[in-house]
Design a protein around this ligand. Structure first.
Ligand code: DUC
Ligand code: ZN
Ligand code: ZN
Length: 477
């Protein structure tokens, strides 16, 4: 009998550090050998002419998350993970979201029920802390962090989710004490409300005014405030879905001062723009997300931030709402004001191909940067390394084998989510994952999904090294 269940032979492997020609030996779902001309293998996969990359870790996506406005997310753990693996992603981290007035622990239990028996690939949970009560701060959150839910998102806007500055300081202090990673949605809620009131009075309610109600200054101010709050508490934070230059400037400034500020951006800020929100016949609603897509100059600023190391994480922020039908983008009516249109774009399957094509093939980032941004860094920052996010002895054999030359236009008809559109329809991309392995199982090959519902496992996360404080903070002395 061979010592390997599977050998991936003849490929060029890439990690965040290196690009080398090397075979991979897999046994018991893990990588057990890296070397030239590995013999044996009950199964041999010819990766000649292909790139073999760590499977993607999507550190920000929303599947089957309850909403407060009657809308329903189109993807659950089955269709969401199916779409993910077809695009080369092998780990997802969606959100167990607390509802105001309810228990955080109950949200986690409910979210496990939603995932159980459905996921095709492995998954961890971030938490969303929407109600910073004494019970949550003193008991639920510390206990959940110890149980392996070591990262959580907080919001500076959205009425049903937002925390004020005082509450943010409280949750940051808990994160510091328990060594959790805090993700912050940074937009100034009062500015958005004030602008929206005036736009509505003037009858300016079409999808394109979504962007007018959330200009760059709204994000810039909140980004700066989030950085300041994190500095006061002396805790690292990660600013999610950064959309343009002025927020990038704030983060770069903070990083240059030695503050531990991490940052994430997403495909929609590279290839969509405010012009897409202005498409006629309500089509602009397809691209409504927050922060909104901006303009070409801001797209360039995001590229500069990716190439220059301001960003550590590139996620999809997949938030799937159907365009047609009563419970998606049109939940408040066929021509509803932008304020009532569910926020979010689908993108868990197209995340990697868009960054690969526009970034690596386009000469804007290196292949190693691509791997770092899409797999290794999110695994490390969210406490899943060394098991996930890299090609190394002992790591899970979560791999994506890419045809780096495959050219195609993105078509919703070819995607595997349960959404009836993609905002990237017609975008030409070069490179696509042709085979995906999850813990050594081939789950996507030859255009076919080969995984069974329920094979994906829940991953408790470690407290990330990045969240370990160095000594006492000034306010603790
Ligand atoms: N913005 C978010 O903050 N979450 C989901 C989708 C979106 O657009
Ligand atoms: Zn957000
Ligand atoms: Zn999100």
């Amino acid at each position: 009998m061979s010592e390997f269940d599977t050998v991936i032979a003849g490929g060029t492997i890439a990690t965040a550090a290196d690009v080398v020609k090397c075979d991979i030996g897999i046994s018991g779902g893990r990588i057990v050998a890296l070397g030239e001309k590995l013999a044996g293998g009950a199964r041999r996969i010819d990766a000649g002419g292909r790139l073999v990359l760590p499977g993607g870790v999507d550190g920000h996506c929303h599947f089957d998350q309850p909403t407060g406005d009657g809308s329903v997310m189109a993807d659950d753990f089955l269709t969401g993970t199916r779409s993910a693996l077809c695009g080369g992603t092998t780990t997802i981290i969606p959100f167990a979201a607390q509802q105001k007035g309810k228990s955080l622990r109950a949200a986690v239990q409910d979210y496990h029920r939603r995932a159980d028996g459905k996921a095709l690939i492995d998954y961890a949970f971030h938490l969303i802390v929407a109600d910073a009560t004494e019970q949550v701060l003193g008991q639920e959150l510390p206990a959940l962090i110890k149980d392996g839910y070591t990262s959580f998102k907080i919001y500076m806007t959205y009425d049903d989710l937002k925390l004020d500055d005082r509450q943010i300081l409280d949750v940051l202090a808990v994160a510091r004490g328990e060594q959790a990673m805090v993700m912050i949605h940074a937009e100034n809620t009062d500015c958005i409300a004030w602008l929206t009131e005036r736009l509505e009075r003037a009858g300016k309610t079409g999808p394109r005014f979504h962007a007018v109600s959330r200009p760059m200054a709204v994000e810039r101010e909140a980004t700066h405030r989030a950085i300041t709050l994190a500095e006061l508490v002396d805790v690292p934070v990660l600013i999610v879905h950064v959309s343009g230059r002025e927020a990038v400037e704030q983060i770069r400034w903070a990083q240059a001062r030695g503050l531990k500020i991490f940052a994430e951006t997403c495909p929609q800020y590279l290839v969509l723009s405010e012009d897409d929100l202005g498409k006629p016949d309500f089509e602009g609603a397809k691209c409504i997300c927050s922060p909104p897509p901006r303009d070409k100059a801001n797209q360039q600023a995001i590229w500069d931030g990716l190439a220059g190391g301001v960003f550590q994480v590139f996620s999809s922020d997949h938030a799937p709402f159907r365009f047609d039908g009563p419970d998606g983008k049109r939940v408040a009516g066929a021509d509803a004001p932008y304020r009532k249109i569910p926020n979010g774009v689908p993108g868990v399957e197209t995340r990697l191909p868009i960054l690969f094509s526009e970034g690596v093939v386009g000469g804007r980032i290196t292949l190693q940067q691509f791997v770092a941004l899409t797999a290794s860094n999110p695994a490390r920052i969210y406490g899943l390394a060394p098991r996930k996010g890299s090609i190394a002895i002992g790591a899970d054999a979560d791999l994506a084998i890419w045809d780096p030359e495959r050219k195609a236009a993105i078509r919703n008809a070819d995607l595997h989510h349960n959404v009836d559109y993609t905002p990237y329809e017609g975008l030409q991309v070069t490179g696509w994952p042709v085979t995906t392995l999850s813990r050594g199982d081939v789950v996507w090959d030859g255009g076919k999904v080969l995984a069974q519902p329920g094979r994906g496992r829940f991953l408790p996360c470690e407290t990330p090294d990045a969240a370990k404080p160095a000594g006492r903070a000034a306010w603790q002395r």
